[in-house]
Design a binder for this molecule. Structure first.
Ligand code: URA
Length: 450
């Protein structure tokens, strides 16, 4: 059926509902280059301002998913569960939780992305491991999944091509932070993989795409509802992204922190997110039905060293040097390591994740444009986190940089991100809510059942 693009733009601009056929016309027309960027930008802005209802969001997701290939895992035994994070700073949880749940028999296929803006990227972090191949053919992807229990690869050209085109346009038209557009972008890619379930880590706070809790809950509820409608067991966990997750920010530095976590030395916030997401993955797979038992099992697996063994196997299967697990000197390193010290006594009241993410880009650990290169050994290691007591001259952060000239500017950026208060501050809660098809539960409510 043919429509007038002008009329569809006007309809959405005026807050009217658009039909499935109209959405199909816009998306397929844009993918085939029949609709120009300027008209698609107008539609995106109209959606950004007027929103989409549940039916429109669900139709948009399905049509985007159908723009490319579908990967079936029918030939691979076991429950396949996808884990997705909406993106943050210092988020290395995939490297810990995926081998951990794989050690319990869950199969974890992940298609991941690169760092962009203030957020880090799973593929860049993995590429700091010498030899690691993060672009696998579909056949090799399935083979590694079956043999190892987990696999991570970059998105292929043929999976949801509509999202690749649309995301680039959203990025340049200030239309990324929009709940229905984020939902359709993420869920179309999740549904293009033939998994049994999806666990979503929806970040909220200063370093997240969506900063306030109310909108983060709405985003999560919308994604859970779309996943369930597509017959995937879908669970969302809302986690705090006000401060960076863990102590390390930067590619090789985060790989080291992940391996240390698999050896039982993970920071509290990293392990809290690992166990909340891991337990949700076990529940989505139907292996456990309550958080307390699932977390107990995961802790046993971590302590037995089986999860670390799977991480080694995963590195080897994707061509990487697994000796990095025993010798961190085999990973890229920065030329200089410089300390930033506290100017006063007090408590750390804020470490702004967005500002830290942008400082990480400046130090070479991230990128602003897709084409920018990354310096894998650079980044920050925090000696203090929100809520910690600090004395004057105590080290706040270790700066890992290759460029002596930028040290003063980095220090300035870090100083503007870190606040020290004379009042005692409590450590912030890391896990906030769990959302499934039945409703929204606070983490305190769930923990009360432990
Ligand atoms: N991640 C995605 O894949 N898409 C969005 O729109 C936002 C985060």
């Amino acid at each position: 059926m043919s429509f007038s693009i002008y009329e569809i733009i006007s309809k959405k601009r005026d807050g009217k509902e658009i039909s499935k056929a109209e959405i199909e016309f816009i998306i397929n027309g844009y993918v085939r280059d029949e609709i120009p960027d300027y008209q698609m930008s107008a539609i995106l802005m109209a959606i950004y301002i007027q929103g989409l209802n549940e039916r429109e969001s669900s139709d948009l997701t399905e049509i985007m998913m159908d723009s490319g290939d579908y990967i079936s895992f029918n030939e691979i035994k076991g429950k396949k569960i996808d884990k997705h994070s909406t993106g943050g700073v210092g988020d290395k949880i995939s490297f810990i939780v995926c081998p951990l749940v794989a050690s319990c028999g869950v199969k974890v296929p992940m298609l991941s992305g690169r760092a962009l803006g203030h957020t880090g990227g799973t593929l860049d972090k993995l590429e700091s491991i010498p030899g690691m191949n993060v672009f696998l053919s579909i056949n090799r992807f399935k083979q590694v999944l079956g043999d190892v229990g987990m696999v991570v690869s970059g998105q292929t050209e043929n999976i949801v091509p509509a999202d690749r085109k649309l995301y680039a346009l959203r990025d340049s038209t200030a239309t990324v932070g929009c709940i229905p557009l984020i939902t359709s972008s993420i869920m179309s890619k999740k549904l293009a993989l033939g998994t049994d379930g999806i666990v979503l880590d929806v970040k909220t706070g200063k370093g997240a795409f969506i900063q306030n809790k109310k909108d983060s809950i709405l985003l999560c509820e919308t994604m859970v509802s779309i996943g369930e409608k597509a017959n995937r067991k879908t669970i969302g966990v809302i986690t705090n992204m006000n401060q960076p997750l863990g102590k390390s920010v930067g590619n090789a530095l985060e790989i080291i922190e992940s391996i240390e976590s698999l050896k039982g030395n993970g920071p509290d916030d990293v392990m809290d997110v690992t166990y909340a997401l891991g337990a949700s993955m076990m529940i989505a797979a139907g292996i456990e039905n309550d958080y307390s038992k699932a977390i107990k099992r995961l802790k046993q697996r971590l302590n037995s060293g089986e999860a670390l063994e799977i991480f080694r196997n995963f590195i080897k299967a994707q061509g990487g040097n697994d000796k990095i697990c025993d010798n961190y000197d085999l990973l890229p390193k920065s030329k200089y390591k410089v300390e930033l010290r506290s100017g006063k006594d007090g408590y750390v009241s804020e470490i702004d994740a967005f500002k830290i993410g942008m400082a990480a880009v400046y130090v070479g650990a991230g990128r602003i444009k897709k084409e920018d290169s990354i310096e894998h050994g650079t980044g920050f290691v925090f000696n203090k986190k929100e809520g910690d007591n600090v004395r004057k001259d105590e080290i706040l952060v270790y700066i890992h940089t290759n460029n002596k000239q930028n040290i003063e500017e980095i220090k300035k950026r870090l100083e503007s991100a870190i606040k020290i208060s004379s009042n005692k501050i409590l450590s912030p809660q890391t896990i906030l809510y769990v959302i499934d098809k039945k409703g929204v539960y606070s983490w305190d409510q769930i923990k009360a059942g432990f």
